[in-house]
Design a protein around this ligand. Sequence first.
Ligand SMILES: CC(C)(COP(=O)(O)OP(=O)(O)OC[C@H]1O[C@@H](n2cnc3c(N)ncnc32)[C@H](O)[C@@H]1OP(=O)(O)O)[C@@H](O)C(=O)NCCC(=O)NCCS
Length: 171
Amino acid sequence: MSILETERLILRPFKEGDAESMYKSWTSDSRVAEYCRWYTHENISATEYLLKMYLDEAEKGFEYRWAITLRGKDKPIGCIDIVDTEEMELGYVISYDYWNKGLMTEAVKAVIDELFRMGFDRITARHAVDNPASGRVMEKCGMKYIKNDTTNRKFGSDELCEVKCYEIKRS
Ligand SMILES: CC(C)(COP(=O)(O)OP(=O)(O)OC[C@H]1O[C@@H](n2cnc3c(N)ncnc32)[C@H](O)[C@@H]1OP(=O)(O)O)[C@@H](O)C(=O)NCCC(=O)NCCS
């Protein structure tokens, strides 16, 4: 599993002990969860369970998930991963405290480069139409809009939501 470095970030595998920072930074924050398919965690046990799932998946060879940390501070402030391996679809979150500083654009660019380096030819991403900041990240990373689609707003929910789909191909 690779460690990726950008100007301000280190993207590294998740590890034991990350749950507290994950919980404080994003899993408990409804502002972050609003346009994501998961629900906010009501307590840290839910985040510990999620972290265990991440560690188990990494142990089994899943190599497409990184904790986003600031250089010089080893605490995760966000996560970027592949949420659908057939479509090589990216998912990403970052703590509300760090929004609009260009950090996710930095992280997504680094991960796209790494996935191309690993041999993938096409990476995709999609965002809820009422979450334009995520679409802006995709555009700034060179992804191209393909189409609108409809999907479930949350896991296990029948509520539908319109999304914009993007892709980038290896040149
Ligand atoms: C979406 C998200 C990942 C963006 O991360 P970030 O680090 O703030 O992104 P960046 O700073 O690199 O870029 C954000 C861009 O969106 C723009 N933006 C912010 N709010 C916006 C809005 N309401 N409408 C349009 N653009 C907006 C910013 O101005 C910036 O663009 P600019 O550099 O051209 O000015 C972050 O807000 C987040 O984690 N949100 C919650 C989880 C989420 O929605 N994940 C994506 C699911 S598809």
